[in-house]
Every structure is written in C-alpha cells, then in structure tokens.
Design a protein around this ligand. Sequence first.
Ligand code: GAL
Length: 637
Amino acid sequence: MKLGCCYYPEHWPEEWWAEDARRMREMGLSLVRIGEFAWSRIEPEPGHYDWGWLDRAIDTLHAAGLKVILGTPTATPPKWLVDRMPDMVAIDEKGRPRGFGSRRHYCFSHEGYRTECRRIVTALAERYGRNRAIAMWQTDNEYGCHDTVLSFSAAAASAFRGWLAARYDTVDALNAAWGNVFWSMEYRSFAEVDPPHLTVTEANPAHWLDYRRFASDQVASFNREQVDIIRRLSPGVDITHNFMGFFTEFDHHAVGRDIDVATWDSYPLGFLEQFWFSSEEKRAYLRQGHPDIAAFHHDLYRGCSNGRCGVMEQQPGPVNWARFNPAPLPGMVALWTLEACAHGAELTSYFRWRQAPFAQEQMHAGLLRPDSSEAEAADEVRQAAAVLGGIGPQACATAPVALVFSYEAAWVIGIQPQGQSFRYLELVFETYSALRARGLDVDIVPPEADLTGYRMVLVPTLPIVPEGFAERLAALECPVLLGPRSGSKTASFAIPDCLAPGALRSLTGVTVTRVESLRDGVAESAEGFAVTRWREDLVGDFAPELVDDAGRAVVSYKDGVRYCAAWPDRALLAVLVERMAGEAGVALLDCPEGIRVRRTQAHIFTFNYAAKGVFVPHLGRTLSPAAWDIAPRPAPV
Ligand code: GAL
C-alpha cells in the first residue's frame, strides 16, 4: 500500500513547493493528490487557461519522486461560470437555489454545466493525459457531499420526465405502477410530472423512489462522461472517485463499475460524532473511532470496484466539520493506516499536507501546521511507512462471509421508515459489527454479486428483491440469514400480491401478516435478547427457531435459511452469528471490547481500538491503546 497526501499548490507560495515535496518523500509518501478544487486558477477567465503553474507544480512534485493523482475540478465551478449560467445551480428540497461561495453548487442534470465539465476535463486530460507523473485520475470530489445528490431544478425536472418516459413508456403504466389513483394523483402526460418536493404532506413513496433512482443515475452518468474522456486521452491510467462515509444517496456500486479504484474519505472521529452511535460509544471511542467504522467502509468500497480500493483522505488530527472535533489518541493515525492495508487498500492519502490558515477549513489539522512545523501525525506516518515496508505487499484474502448491501434498500427504508429508529445503515453496520466481534472477515457485496463460495451469507434487509436473487440464495449450500422487511416491496414500491417477503416466501417458508414499530426505550423480552424497534408476525411452513417470552416467532428456520422478524439487537445478532458459523464450520474468535482482527493472505492483523490496554487471548498478551500486532498467518492445515 502506498502513502500519499492531499496537497493544494495553489494555496502556497511557489517557492515552497520543492521543499514540501522533499519533506513528503522524507515522511514516506509517494503519492500526492492535487487539482480537485483549482478551476478558478486553471481557467481564470472563460476560455483562457493558465497551465503554467500546474505544469510547474506537477513537475516539481514528480522531480522529487512523487506520483500525482490529478483531480478534475468540477466540484467547484468558478464565479464567472455560475454568473454565465445562473440556472446551473442545484435547487434544494425547499425550492431554494444553492448559492455560490462554497462548493458543489451545481445540478447534475444541467446540460450546460455538463458541457462545461466535458470541456474542462478534456482540456485537462489533453494536457496531462500522457504525462508520466500522473498515477491516477480522480473525478470531481465526493459526489453528494453537503446533500447535493438531489436537486429540484427545472433541469432536473425535465430530465426526470425523460427518465420516466424511458422507464414506463406510457403515462398509464406510470400511473398504474405508482398507484396514482390514490388521492387523484393521476397524470395525463409525462410533462405533467414534477419532482416529489413541496407537496402538502408526503409525496407518493413510489414517486420518491423513482426520483432517487433517477438522481442516482444522473450522478453515474455525470461521472461516466468524465471517465470516457479520461480513458480516451489518458489510456491505461487508473481512474478513481473519492466516496464518503455512511453515505447512500446514490448507487456507489453503479459508479464503482465505471472506475478502476473505489477510494473513500476516512474520518473515523467525525463519523462517530455525527452518526447514530450511543453516548457511551461516543465517549469510549472518542479519540479512536468505533472499531468497525473504517473497516466497514474498506470492505464496502472494496466490493464496489472489483476488489480495488483505497483511502483518498485520511483524518490526521482534529477535523473542522463535526459537532465536536477531538484529536486522535497517539498512535491512531498509524493504526488507521495499517487497518486500511489489512483490508486491501492500495493507497492511503492523508488530508491534508499542511493546515490552511485561511478560509473554511482553517480548523482542520494537516500533517504540517500552518507554520510548516510538523503536526502530531507526521511521526505516525513515518512509523506506518516503516511497518508497511517491513511486511511488504499484502494480497487480500477471500472472506468467509458475504454481507449483502443495497443502495436501493437504503432509499426504500429512508423513504418509508415506518418507525423512526429503523435505519438501514445502522442495521447493516450492527450486523457487520457482530461478525467482526467474532473475528470474522467480511466482504460487503451488492445483491448481484456471485455468492457461491461464501460460507455464510447475511442480508440485513432487502425490501426489493432483484430478479433471480431468491433462486441464487436457494442454490447456496451455506447458512443464509434474511433480515426484517426483506421482500416487503415490489420494484414500484407496493406491497407484493402474496404479502412479504414476496419473492422470498418459498425460500423462507414465512408470510408476514403484520408489522409494527416500537418507540425508543421499549424492549420486549425473549430468552437472552430483546425485541426493540420493529417486529413482524409470521405464519407459514417453518420451524420457529427463536421465540419471545410471549411465544411469538422472532427467527424462523427452514433448510439453512433464517428469517429474522424483528430488529435484531446485539445479543440476538451474536446468537445468530454463532449458530451460522457453527453450521458452516467457520472458526470464531472472541475479540474483547475494542479488539479487531483482519487477515490478508499472509498475515493476521490485530488492532486495539480501546482507550486502555486490553489482554488479547489469541495473542496471549496485552495490547496498549492504539497498538497493533501483525503476525504471519499460519498455513491452512
Ligand atoms: C472531505 C472533502 C475535503 C475536505 C475534507 C475535510 O469531505 O473531500 O475536500 O473538505 O472533507 O475533512
């Protein structure tokens, strides 16, 4: 795994560049990402390119022995461009334009803006496409950041109508699919259909789902336009996009198919603070991040791009954007780096080289302070580089467990939560965490993935079951777990004729006759676990494997396939993991709180995410906070 950093030559005097590059090399870095926000310097006046500074920056970095990851600058259209086409900005759900003065102020559907993007990407790729300094291209920056996937502009409305016409052919088909007879919502033509915002009460969930699918397709096609240009002008050079954490607003599997390496931006402390974790977890992992946050995303994004993944932005210190921004525990930056390597990352690049003393991110740490002195992480980067050099290249091992992840499932649950604590990402993450707590390596895969060869398959929920999925599960010989709400919707967001779990009925033997959601704090007891948040009533031809104290089935079992009819709490997940692994003959480890392991083909990595020393039974010793152990992996018997 290579190390790198995110660098903004346009932020610093040119006289500093060579010394910066020298210090990057000295720190153990070999990659440097530049350019992704530099449109106003690349094209200061419409049609007048200023390549001189970028040529010199690339040459200087390359001369020092660094390879460049060059970003296309389309996340930051300059002022003159917005003034020339004011309707290119995205419109938010409340109908307000997203103004100039930060970034990502564009609408994915605006044809004029797309033309401008093709022009600037072509110019950039013509200039640097065959430059030997360029190791990789990054398209745009963090699609969707700052809530920018959905736009409700005139351009988006018009593109949506075209998308609907292509999907449904006739407006009658659309009316029937959505159930528009309800509340007299029928349309006479596609031209009458608007985006689903600004309605008096909720819009039709089928309308929302199609809007989300459409918006996701717009992101993918926007990205593909850039990819096509770069492939033509820079043949053989890898293309990436930097995805975000805990973000499901577009289908990353679709974008991942068009690029070579799925990278992501890893801010474990910011994510812990901003997402659903309990106050106890936020306290316990304040300076380390929850032990599964980074691992989850490595495994998810590895599954988005044919096994090739990396970290484009690694938090090196306090960030500026969470509600509270603590500093990492000494050692964590090195630990996060090695965790990435253990999950198959090809690169880890720190954000950013030097903290900026000006503008929006002046409170965001870098590897250097604004005065160019070394910040705390610098030595940890050297340390990580030395460890990586010592263990040599790591090949990813196939995991025994597949966890099925679906962006469409996230949209369905988000559109119709039915109980406010039913959160798709949390359900998947908790399932992942239960597996990781028993030392299992996990591949997070799309529903279309080939599942043969896995020894356990878990589907936390999949409301819309893709064509052929049930048959593929039926053909597996390994234990399978399907979570609540699986098969509960048709592709057009209706309840299946035969009731849930629809296409999974014969596989599971169950029919769901009623669902209910439970307010926070309600816990109905069962032996060894509790039912919280969500539960379903089941009838059918199955053996109830686990029941609650009132005798209602919580988990059904039929021929190796389990259906879980409730939100699974941690205790229930632990039981299910143990039973499935037992049936599959997969060995488990007991990872004490804060301890995680991960295997590559040649090594087993053990990490301590706890803020205190922890005795690790499989090592027979105590690991200090933020410490790791890397041991050769015993050869299979
Ligand atoms: C990312 C973004 C970077 C920078 C960073 C700060 O979301 O891609 O440009 O803003 O966050 O943590």
